[in-house]
Unconditional design. Structure first.
Length: 186
């Protein structure tokens, strides 16, 4: 679809926590939030998609006992993700499926896949300029079940109808491949 900015996100895992890896994850999240604010201010259609390494709520992980020290479950992660949502981003998957199990990841450890003990680590956040066009999503669980597959299942969204060109130019800092400071990402 023309005129849509799609960002592929891989937010650092952050384990073990506490420690420098978790601190780096939170700093990375702060930079993402700042850049996302630049994109939001531009008013253009944006999709921030990828592995956020955040389990937002208990509804996003299998019921039962979990390793509470895991960086994926920490309140600081959840708060950072909520700060993104509070800026006006739409959580595409939970918009279309507000209740129930919605896993995108099943660890290879402890028979998580065969026992359907998954979690949702992969998210699609949509700017207001595109959120109303969201019509469907799917998680490719069959791919996760293949021998040698990733521990993440492929996830996709369907956005219907062409998106109008932005009424104002996209600021240089919001263009793909640029940091909020205007420097190229590497």
């Amino acid at each position: 679809m023309r005129g849509v900015i799609v960002a592929s996100i891989y937010l650092p895992n952050g384990n073990p926590q506490p420690g420098p890896k978790f601190a780096y994850k939170l700093e990375w999240f702060d930079r993402l939030i700042a850049h996302a604010a630049t994109l939001m201010a531009a008013g253009v259609p944006v999709v921030l998609a990828g592995d956020y390494n955040v389990v937002l709520t208990e509804a996003d992980i299998w019921p039962g006992r979990h390793e509470q020290a895991n960086a994926l479950l920490q309140p600081e992660n959840r708060a950072a993700y909520r700060r993104l949502l509070d800026e006006g981003w739409t959580d595409a998957l939970r918009t279309l499926q507000p209740e129930g199990a919605l896993w995108t990841f099943w660890s290879y450890l402890r028979h998580r896949w065969p026992n359907d003990k998954g979690m949702r680590l992969d998210h699609f956040l949509l700017s207001p300029a595109i959120a109303s066009k969201l019509s469907a999503f799917a998680v490719g669980k069959e791919a996760r079940g293949q021998e040698g597959a990733s521990d993440h299942a492929p996830v996709w969204i369907d956005v219907r109808h062409p998106v109008a060109r932005p009424a104002r130019p996209i600021p240089a800092a919001a263009r793909p491949g640029r940091r909020a400071s205007g420097r190229r990402l590497s």
